[in-house]
Design a protein around this ligand. Sequence first.
Ligand SMILES: [Fe+2]
Length: 211
Amino acid sequence: MPQNMLTRYTPTDFSQLKGLRGISDQQIEAHLKLYDGYVSNTNKLNERIAELFDQGKGGTREFAELRRNAGFEYNGMILHEYYFGNLTPHGRGAPMDRGEIGMAVSDSFGGWDAWKEDFQLVGEIRGVGWAILYQDPITGRLSNHWVTLHQDGHPAGFKPILVMDVWEHAFMLDYSPAERSKYIEAFFGNIDWDAVERRLVSSAAVRPAAA
Ligand SMILES: [Fe+2]
C-alpha cells in the first residue's frame, strides 16, 4: 500500500483553551470532542482505503466514495486545528495596528476596519462553513473567503492565516442560531494575533504584488 496510508493522526492538545470570553469552556469542550471525531474518522478512512488498495479493490464504488470523502474528513481535522490554534484566553480584543500582520492587512484591505467588516460579513453568510483569511504565498496578498462544509471554496495554494468556524456546533451552547453575529464578535475578542502572525509567509519569500 502507499506509505502515506499508514500515517496515524493524533488530536492536538488544546486544553489551554479555558477561560475564553464569550465562548464557554463547555462549548470548547464539546467542540474539541467533535474535532477528535474528525481525527478518528480520517484515520479510519485511510485504513479502509489501504485495505481496499491491498485487496485490489481500487476500482470499486466504495474506494471512489472514500476518496471523495477525504476532502471532508481531512479538512474537518485540519481546519479545526487552525481554528483552535488561533484562539487564546489572553486575546487582546483588538487587532494589532503594527507588526507584519498589521502591515499585511493594511496593504491588502486598506485598514483593519475594512478587513474586519468584510470578515464578519463573510462569517455571517447563511449555511454551515468557515470564514478564512488566506494569504497568497506568491504575492503575499491577503483575502477573505467563505468555505462551505469543510472543503468547498478553498483558493488553491493559498495559506490559511485566520480561521473562524461558523458551523452552529461552534456556538450553539452559548448562542442561538440567530445570534451568530454575537459569537463572531466574541471570536474577535479571543484571537491569538501572535499565532496568526506566525502563519504569515515571510515577506522576503513573496513576490511583490502587481501595482
Ligand atoms: Fe467545528
